[in-house]
Write a protein that binds this ligand. Structure first.
Ligand SMILES: [Zn+2]
Length: 286
């Protein structure tokens, strides 16, 4: 029966465990990278040109409730592509440790999954009890980073565009919905049309856009996709119609309307006492 766990088995073969230091609250694992080449994060060229070595401190998933830190001795590389403007970049372990990341990929994946199932603050509180060091703001940053790394959703040639409030009267965004599936395909910052222009430039297959009647979206679509058909959607036409009717009624009906007092059959004023069997004088009320 085995009574020991071989720590090396929990790490990729490119990393070699050298030393382990532990206290009552945390574990530090010193390791060195075996790999002598790395892919440039910008141009994809494989570099075998180490610039120097340095120690990266990254957080990994806690081991039995103790914070776990990896002290990875790794190379920094120079990109060999003369057309690439990246000077140096940190060595990475694909699927385990990303460029300049302060935690392992599995640690980041765990935090993002937990945040999506609970909330950013809820995730932070659970991580705290597990001795996984993070904060509510870090969880938000991590989710945003993961979102940007995702491939853009493909959509059909028919889309709907509308604005929505992240926080009413303060921050607004733009949502794009696929007309074929009726599912959201993108959420953009702001509603002035600038983010929509960038999105449309990457999705020039779009042919039909339903939108509200605001000019910002109309001009953005006209500028990027001049041949696309723009449709004012039924919801906004209905909303505009109701608003026009309300404004018209407000302009016709005077601000003060005098309500005639009730009269009895003999023409005597009785006030609002409910006498005369509730009948109104037809001469006064029309
Ligand atoms: Zn490069």
């Amino acid at each position: 029966m085995e009574t020991k766990v071989e720590l090396q088995r929990f790490y990729p073969t490119e990393l070699e465990v050298a030393n382990i230091y532990q206290t009552d609250t945390e574990i530090r694992i010193k390791m060195s990278a075996r790999s002598k080449s790395c892919t440039c994060p910008k141009c994809g060229t494989i570099s075998e040109h180490p610039h120097g070595t340095y120690e990266r401190k990254v957080q990994d998933l806690p081991i039995l409730g103790k914070s776990t830190w990896l002290l990875v001795n790794t190379y920094e590389y120079q990109c060999d592509n003369p057309d690439c403007d990246v000077t140096t970049f940190a060595g990475t372990i694909n699927g385990f440790l990303n460029y300049y990341s302060r935690m392992t990929d599995r640690c980041a994946d765990f935090i993002c999954t937990l945040a999506l199932e609970t909330s950013c603050e809820g995730c932070y509180r659970i991580c705290k009890t597990m001795n996984l060091k993070t904060s509510g703001d870090s969880v938000v940053r991590l989710l945003t980073k993961q979102y940007k790394l995702q491939e853009e959703n493909k959509c059909s040639s028919v889309i709907g565009v509308d604005d929505f409030a992240f926080k009413k009267r303060h921050t607004y965004g733009t949502i794009i919905v696929d007309g074929a599936t009726h599912k959201p395909v993108a959420i953009l910052d702001g509603r002035d049309g600038s983010a929509l222009k960038e999105w449309l430039a990457r999705n020039k297959h779009v042919r039909t856009v339903t939108r509200d009647r605001a000019s910002a979206y109309a001009s953005a679509i006209q500028e990027i996709l001049p041949d696309a058909m723009q449709i004012a959607d039924r919801f906004h036409l209905h909303q505009n119609l109701l608003e026009a009717i309300k404004n018209t009624v407000n302009s016709i009906v005077p601000v003060d309307i005098k309500i005639p007092k009730d009269y009895d059959k003999s023409g005597q004023e009785t006030g609002f006492q409910g006498t005369n069997e509730g009948k109104k004088n037809p001469m006064l009320c029309g």
